[in-house]
Ligand binder design. Sequence first.
Ligand code: KIV
Length: 272
Amino acid sequence: MSTHTTVRALTPPAIRARKGGAPLVCLTAYTTPMARLVDREADVILVGDSLGMVVHGLPSTLGVTLEMMILHGLAARRGTTRACLVVDLPFGSYEAGPDQAFRSAARVMAETGCAAVKLEGGESMAPTIDFLTRRGVPVMAHVGLMPQSVNVTGGYRTQGRGSVAAARVEADARAVSDAGAFSVVLEKITEPLARRITEALPIPTIGIGASAACDGQILVIDDMLGLFTDFQPSFVRRYAELGRAVEAAVAAYAADVRARSFPGREHVFNDD
Ligand code: KIV
């Protein structure tokens, strides 16, 4: 008799079925060790294209490539056992049309082993989402503030303020849900709008800066751990100050090295 217990990863249909149930715990992770730590609690691990900014030091997500997403997706995959692993399609890898999106998504899924992809866009992306989901690619959608469109929208401001803008975001959310997305990220929209969309849609809404009215929440891990401090969105609650802890540890190490009091030195030489 086998003594192994197989832990089954949460699937996109299982995430979809959480609508109206326990809130979805979602976080980003870009490496094997971080995915391993996050996997203990998270329902969804997103390898977000935010990695361009928080890992690679880019000024926006626009310079992120498919190769970068695949490399980090594979790394996160090795650390993920239980969570549903979702990988972002980066800017320029899907907007030209459904064929391009399918080729990019198929590469990401085949080369990383992730369960689903995420892409930004509402009504304009609905035909692409429909095309992908009918061909075996589960899609998490992303509406409201869409960082890949920052040059069109002119910044990272709250979206959906005023009745016309709110109706546009609502129509976007409805369109991606009707097209077959298994969940939708609502980024930086007002609470009443997030509540209306969450009540109206049959799929889970995952909020980031979109209030507690959503079916789940997501944060960029480096933001909530205090590791990325170049730019701190107002909605991010810091759960740790790891940036400061790293600085203190590096300073203590440097002091040891400069004082020639590096512990373990004798062992190293005795083992030679
Ligand atoms: O790229 C990312 O990490 C994201 C989340 C912030 C939702 O899209």
